[in-house]
Design a protein around this ligand. Sequence first.
Ligand code: PBG
Length: 343
Amino acid sequence: MSSGLEQIRRHRRLRQIRTVRDLVQECRVEASDLIAPLFLQDGGGRPTPVESMPGVVRHTLETLVEACRELRGLGIPGVALFPATDPALKDPLGREALNPGNLVCRAVRAVRRAVPDLLVFTDVALDPYTSHGHDGILTPDGSDVDNDATVAVLAKMAVLQAAAGCQFVAPSDMMDGRVAVLRRTLDEAGYPGVGILAYAAKFASAFYGPFRDAVGSAAAAGTRALDKRTYQINPANRREAVADALCDEAEGADILMVKPAGPYLDVLHELRGATRLPLAAYQVSGEYAQIQAAARNGWLDLVGAREESLLAIKRAGADFILTYFARDAALFRAESGKKNGVA
Ligand code: PBG
């Protein structure tokens, strides 16, 4: 008797045996694909936990260096540094950003000295330094961020970070024209080798909430959510995001980044087809927090959800990923001897 199934295509053939599944796996996430974002705070004391991001702390310079050594040992190629600036040092112009002895510049020097083969990406934006929490200087009536005045400050900030020794500056501000000005200013200042990782398609996202707690930029807005919609991209707009990203390429960016990552895989995928530059994706604080929170409630398997979320970002087209899971994911690979992220 025929079952009626003789002619069907048996997809399950390639899924029967672990070895075959591994052989036909289309993408993998290795420790070498992951960049760890790290938060910094000043002062001796102990690192302080970020409440909304279990497992994440604001490092002191001392623990930062230890963490960087460990990450490098685990095969992580680089870190992205974000300062939680002492509120007493914040002002409406974000002047502390231009202090060559500020926390980030000191941290870059310390990390480069202690772990010379770890890449250091520095954030170019004013929000950790402004009393109002915006990424730039406000217009005289305070209603908006002044694009061109902000870009002029960002360029100086990038040169200070390059002088401190970072290999990449990463403008996360979303001002227009900043990549061109950063490139020209870095070249003129004698840093033609310092690269630009452009936050090329950065959306006005609710998923940045825990990050704003971590660096203290949320406090400025009080109980209101900080509204960055006059510079970050509308979450509804894919075409606009791709156009903006390609503009960063034309201005001289070395690597383009999409942020957040998980909710914007379509943007990542389309940008992959539109550029030949390397692509990064930032799995942001809220993406991390939601997986951690669900796992803590026993509602999701932490390792499974973490690994799947990272694989999806690579599959969509990212060459590498900024993720708060970097250390745990690298540790998992080191301990299990697994080459890819599938548990
Ligand atoms: C701001 C900046 C933000 C993040 C990185 N740089 C937040 C914002 O735009 O308010 C968010 C990263 C994260 O959520 O993990 N320049």
